[in-house]
Design a protein around this ligand. Structure first.
Ligand code: GLC
Ligand code: CA
Length: 567
């Protein structure tokens, strides 16, 4: 019955279409306090539905003292009042559900806020029952008295150990010192966190994005990390291999527990979704590592991010090698996903696109992302080509940016307010936005692109609609054609299994109503005219340069930055 797949319209929701990441502080503010809120998201659900997305991943909206803008959580089962209330949240879930959109919460399991009641208890005395919920360690005796327990460095600066004079021990924090790491080797911690996840599942949440999931478990002996030489990174954190503070084998056991919780809730193994942030060493491609967290796709994560695309170059050869590698390291049962931008990185529109062809390059990235095999992740504003903001020192909010100014740009640049229209503050707020709006909002905004059938927004919509319509694009296999790479043309076939068979069997299969299918994608990753590596004619489905349904000749030349999907 493998061919039934072809007309399968009931792929589970998170496999069907794009997941859209919202950074809630920056999406839409409805009460004028300058910070986006849940009500704002509810108001834009129709916009998102129209775009064609199937899920919304919300960056954290729990109560937080904001030392890491929500990634430091002080209560895992409530909504921070700045965003609304549990009642507003329930309305969001219901309204999203009515539009076929699943809500995905960001779950920060590795650490809590230092103001979480668990940590307040834990640090109160050495014999407090919650002492062992966090990672406490004596100082190491050395030449100059007691020093740090080992050489681990925090991602956000300085040592990962903070001395606590009250109880005379260090606690571990792999991020800011206001984000103490939980001790996941303690079964009570596991139970408590699973209960927090159950709370959201009971409210109808359909999935979780698991923050730095590969950091959960640390080496039992707390050995020092080996040194790693690098020229390009200012942080000492990046000058070591994270051999002992990440990716310990017991992490997979914990993920298995989380997966069975999800499966027990959903009834079926794919009704809910876990997507993991698997962070490699800085600047390193590690798709094989991300793949280990998905495994067969049946008992670990459903999806994991491969951050190779964050370090990609905009050349056909590089796109090809990164994507091809990603597909090849995944096991046959695993489902891929793809991401070009998020709240931690420079936006792809700025990172990968530049110069006079910038807008054409953005279209190419959209076509690339939305015609791959697997679930595409979009970051709010990507669909209108939002670029990084330039944030002056006085406006910096991100602790990373403040700490390393001016050597590290920080992460505020990709978190600027969504650009809805050309009114004041881009229609994001009637007050003063928490981060400055990118001044290009006068030209680049949703309202103007909605009026323009040739806008980038229209291109995203068309691509998503095409993906919805064409099973080969949605779930077909992918096969790259290497002959165009030397000329900077990336070409691939998306096809259903039956097409790989002989022409006669294919015709017979089509005769039986088993609609085998094949769709061709050509992306000219250059500003020059290029030949079409497929050397095949056909009919255009969607193109930056050609009308739908128009014929395409076998020897056609591709225009600069042309993206064409045809069969
Ligand atoms: C993840 C988040 C990032 C956060 C960090 C600590 O990398 O994406 O924003 O600062 O974890 O929770
Ligand atoms: Ca608000």
């Amino acid at each position: 019955m493998h061919n039934m797949q072809i007309n399968n319209t009931d792929l589970t929701w998170w496999k069907q279409g794009p997941i859209y990441q919202i950074y809630p502080r920056s999406f839409l503010d409805t009460n004028g306090d300058g910070v986006g809120d849940l009500e704002g998201i509810i108001q834009k659900l129709d916009y998102l539905k129209d775009l064609g997305i199937r899920g919304i991943w919300l960056s954290p909206i729990y109560p937080s003292p904001l030392f890491d803008f929500g990634y430091d959580i002080s209560n895992y089962h409530d909504i921070d009042p700045v965003f609304g209330s549990l009642a507003t949240f329930k309305r969001l879930v219901t309204e999203a559900d009515r539009r076929g959109i699943g809500i995905i919460m960001d779950m920060v399991l590795n650490h809590t806020s230092h103001l979480h009641p668990w940590f307040i208890e834990s640090r109160s005395s050495r014999d407090n029952p919650k002492r062992d919920w966090y990672i406490w360690h004596d100082g190491k005796a050395g030449l100059f008295g007691r020093g740090y327990p080992n050489n681990w460095m925090a991602a956000f600066g300085g040592h990962a150990w903070k001395w606590d004079p009250e109880t005379g021990q260090y606690y571990l924090h792999l991020f800011t010192e206001e984000q103490p790491d939980l001790n996941w080797r303690n079964p009570q911690v596991q139970e408590a966190m699973l209960a927090e996840m159950r709370f959201w599942l009971d409210l109808g949440v359909k999935g979780f994005r698991l923050d730095v999931i590969n950091y959960l478990i640390k080496d039992t002996l707390f050995r020092s990390n080996p040194y790693r030489f690098r020229l390009t990174y200012p942080r000492r954190h990046d000058l070591q291999h994270h051999q002992y503070d990440r990716n310990q084998s017991e992490t997979y056991e914990i993920i298995r527990r989380i997966r069975s919780l999800m499966d027990s809730y959903a009834g079926t193994s794919e009704a809910t979704m876990l997507v993991g942030e698997v962070y490699p060493d800085e600047g390193v491609h590690a798709p094989d590592l991300a793949a280990t967290y998905i495994g067969s796709g049946q008992d670990l994560l459903h999806l994991a991010f491969d951050f190779s695309t964050i370090y990609i170059q905009l050349t056909a050869a590089d796109l090809y090698s990164v994507l091809k590698t990603w597909y090849s390291v995944l096991s046959p049962g695993a489902w891929p996903c793809h991401v070009l931008s998020n709240h931690d990185q420079s936006r792809s529109a700025s990172r990968l696109c530049a110069g006079p062809d910038q807008e054409a390059q953005k279209r190419l990235l959209a076509a690339l992302l939305l015609t791959q095999r697997g679930t595409p992740f979009l970051y709010y504003g990507e669909e209108i080509g939002m670029e990084d903001g330039r944030i002056g020192r006085k406006d910096l909010q991100d602790p990373l940016g403040k700490k390393y100014y001016p050597f590290h740009p920080g992460r505020d640049r990709s978190r600027t307010p969504m650009q809805w229209d050309n009114g004041s503050a881009a229609g994001f707020t009637s007050g003063k936005p928490w981060l400055p709006v990118n001044p290009d909002y006068k030209e680049r905004n949703v309202a103007s692109q909605e009026r323009d059938g040739t806008s980038l927004l229209a291109w995203y919509r068309d691509l998503i609609r095409l993906r919805d319509k064409e099973p080969a694009l949605r779930e077909g296999a992918i096969e790259f054609v290497e002959s165009g790479l030397a000329e900077n043309v990336l070409a691939y076939r998306r096809e259903t299994a039956i097409r790989r068979e002989t022409a006669i069997r294919r015709t017979a299969a089509i005769g039986r109503g088993e609609a085998a299918d094949e769709v061709l994608v050509v992306l000219n990753v250059s500003g020059q005219t290029r030949p079409n590596p497929f050397r095949r004619g056909g009919t255009v489905l969607l193109s930056t340069h050609r009308k739908p349904d128009s014929p395409i000749e076998y020897d056609t030349r591709l225009a600069p930055w042309e993206c064409t999907v045809y069969r």
